[in-house]
Design a binder for this molecule. Structure first.
Ligand code: SF4
Length: 213
């Protein structure tokens, strides 16, 4: 196993603890959040999800007309596109009777392939859904992960598939570890490793090659 990655994980874990992501009440809420968070801040996603009130469910999205759905999710931006994406991913989920346990009985490879064939679902969204809604061991690579790799540096390669394979190949194959590590990378990026890094107090300051530069 990659000692460097594990060391980074342990340092971040010691600082922030296990964050128990994703902030959602149901697997379907994770799916909706994973779609809505594309190209927008999480605070906008929260507003859009709040607009559903108690009615956030696959049935609501399936039965809503596009104009109605667009209005509900407007705070998340790109609302016309995202309304179509939500309809599409909900149509995928109905194949499993909107039931998380039924999804979990299928193979990760099959599900990932189905999601990647679904309108509006790219690799990051597919992996976020599979990891955070259904607890499959699939690592999520996002812009924060790439930033950390570039700065630290972690020689994880280039492009989504290569970086994902590097993390998965150098960590225990565990949904809990992938879940926690990705959440830790995100929080550290928000607290310290921002676009303009704020290295003072960063838990990685002793080992990161970019510290203070
Ligand atoms: S030390 Fe600075 S550059 Fe390195 S991870 Fe922390 S904030 Fe980012």
């Amino acid at each position: 196993m990659g000692e460097e990655l594990i060391s980074i994980y342990e340092i971040l874990l010691a600082r922030y603890g296990d964050l128990h992501w994703w902030p959602a009440k149901t697997p379907y809420e994770v799916i909706v959040g994973a779609v809505l968070t594309q190209n927008t801040a999480w605070s906008n996603v929260e507003k859009a999800i709040a607009n559903f009130g108690e009615k956030l469910s696959p049935d609501t999205v399936e039965n809503a007309d596009l104009a109605e759905l667009t209005e509900i999710i407007r705070p998340a931006g790109f609302f016309n596109q995202k309304a179509g994406y939500l309809k599409a991913v909900t149509a995928w989920y109905v194949n499993y009777d909107y039931d998380a346990l039924t999804v979990q009985r299928e193979s990760l490879t099959k599900l990932r392939s189905e999601l990647l064939s679904t309108k509006g679902i790219g690799q990051e969204t597919a992996d976020s859904i599979l990891l955070y809604a259904f607890s499959f061991p699939t690592f999520v690579v996002d812009a924060y992960t790439v930033r950390l790799c570039n700065r630290y540096p972690i020689n994880a390669g280039k492009g989504y598939a290569e970086i994902k394979a590097y993390f998965e190949g150098n960590l225990p194959r565990s949904a809990d570890v992938y879940n926690s590590f990705h959440a830790l990378i995100v929080i550290n990026a928000k607290e310290h490793c921002r676009k303009k890094p704020s290295c003072k107090g960063c838990p990685l300051d002793k080992t990161c090659g970019r510290c203070g530069l």
